[in-house]
Every structure is written in structure tokens, then in C-alpha cells.
Design a protein around this ligand. Sequence first.
Ligand SMILES: [Zn+2]
Length: 282
Amino acid sequence: MKEIVPEMSKVRLVVTSEFEETVREYAKAGDDAPAYEQDRGEFGVAMGKVMRLSGDEIAVIIDSSVLLAGQEHGVPEQTFKHEAYHVALHQRGESLYDERDDDDEAGLAERQYFGMAAIACEESRVEMPLCRERPSPVYGWFPSLLESVESDVCRLSREYQDSDDGPDDVIAISRGFSKRFHSMVTACGYVAAVMEARECGLPDIDPRIDRRVFGEYGAEVIDRLRQLPPADQVADRADLETAAEDISELLMPWGSDIGFRWEDLLGDQSAFRVLKPAKWVL
Ligand SMILES: [Zn+2]
């Protein structure tokens, strides 16, 4: 980690067998959402997390099971390096996570799309140097991740259409869709890193699934992510902001193409629209 992190003295490294509890404990003191879940469903299980503490201190929490015997070759090193690059980006001022949090001009929906884009950008940059040594397994999982997004969106849509369309029903479909869309966007960051580091094409996606949830916009998002500089290169913050901006501008049309859209309303409110009910219910 010392080779990657500029200021190791500001880092508190915690290797724990109680990963989720430790993250929640640190979250209470810091700035992260308390509802943290290690299991990411189709996306695997998180083994590490970087959390900002007060001042310029930062905690890196690693699940000790990553060090257990029987791990695939290279996995422990990759886990530590991945988190180390997140710390490096943060210390170099190249992290865009909180960019829009205090932007009064941007509405809720705009901030949400930008936040997703910022996360995908950072994961992609972090993974690029690592994928030169060992390609992320997310590349291999990507087609089945898209399949599960497709079937989950079908199920959520059917449940919604069968419901009374009350506030709880709207919340269920908007949260359900947003969670899957977010996972898909983040996974694009990993896929872009593998494609860039290994000079390979997109994973093989079933044409029907491609049409229904990935399509042109998904491919465009990946193209734009591939243009980012890897995390082992110092980047210009303005260029990073432009990249995240470009990607966030693709996310609304991508979501709409799938059939769902967040829109800003007056007074810092946003609306969730179901655009293509027939596509998902028939
Ligand atoms: Zn990460």
C-alpha cells in the first residue's frame, strides 16, 4: 500500500473478521450511510471499503477472510491494492464522490445520476492498473449480471402493475430499479478497465438481453469510461469532472431506454417515471 498511497500516516488500516459491523461502526462516526451491506448479490461480496473519517484521516477496512488459505492466487494483493488506489485518488483530490452533494443548483435526480457516474469512473480508474496483472472477475460475470437485471426488472414491473399504485408501491419499484441500474453502471467501470488493460472486446451478451437492458447507451458508457486515465497516473480534476459529466448525461437516456427515469421537479423533489410498462409486463 505504501507504494500507492501518498500519505500512509493518514491511513488507519483495519483488517477484521467482523467486516460489516466494523463498517457500520465507522459509518456512525463518519459520512457514510449506516445501511451498509457487504453482500452485493450478483456483484459478489465486498472485501474492502475506504471510509473518510474526520479531518483528512481515512480508514481502510478489509475483510480478513481475504487472507484465508485457499483464496485464488493474487486476490489478497489485489484487494489491498484496489483500496490503496481509492485512498490515493482521495488524497490527490481526484475523487468525485461528493462533488454534487453541496451543489444547490443541481436537482436530486441530476445528483443521483452524477453520483453513479462518479463511482463508475473511480472504480474503472482503480481497476485499470490491477487488470493489467489480473483481469477483474466482473468481466466474466457481466452477461449474467445483465440477465439478472433483466429478470429482476420484469418481476418488479409485474409486482408494480399488480399493485394499487400507492406510495409504497412506487417506492418499491423506484428503489428496486435504481439499485439494479446502479450495479450495472458500476460493473461497466470494471468491464471498461478490463477492456482497456487487456485490449479485448465486450463480453458476449445475449442479443435479447442486450436489446432490453444494455444497448447503445451501455456500450457508449463503457467507451467513455475507457478514455479515463488509470489510477496510477495523476489526472487533471477538470478532465475527470468532464468525464463524469459526460457519463452522467448518458445515464438518463440509458435508463429511459430501459423504461425508467428520474426527473427533477421544482423544490428539490424528484419524480420516478415508468415509461414502458408494456415492455416489462407482456
Ligand atoms: Zn472500489
